[in-house]
Ligand binder design. Structure first.
Ligand SMILES: [Zn+2]
Length: 81
């Protein structure tokens, strides 16, 4: 079973590599369907990723990394399964 932390770490890994490993996708989707906090995180994550892609940047700016990390910690602290 994936924990929220696993899911978020996978998403961050995807962000950094700009690709999902196919075997990870099924596990992520299963978890997301049962976990609103992770779903909310995913939406924020996708928005951020789209913004970065549109701006033509590949690397995550340090400032955004800090914001994302803080958001992750807030989500994990607020919603325990
Ligand atoms: Zn979760």
């Amino acid at each position: 079973m994936l924990t929220c932390k696993d899911v978020i770490m996978d998403m961050l890994a995807d962000y950094l590599e700009l690709t999902f490993r196919p075997e990870v996708v099924a596990d992520l989707e299963r978890h997301l369907q049962a976990c609103p906090p992770c779903m909310a995180y995913l939406k924020t994550y996708q928005k951020t990723r789209d913004l970065v892609r549109r701006s033509g940047q590949v690397a995550m700016p340090e400032e955004m990394r800090t914001i994302l990390r803080r958001f992750v910690m807030q989500q994990l602290g607020r919603a325990r399964p």
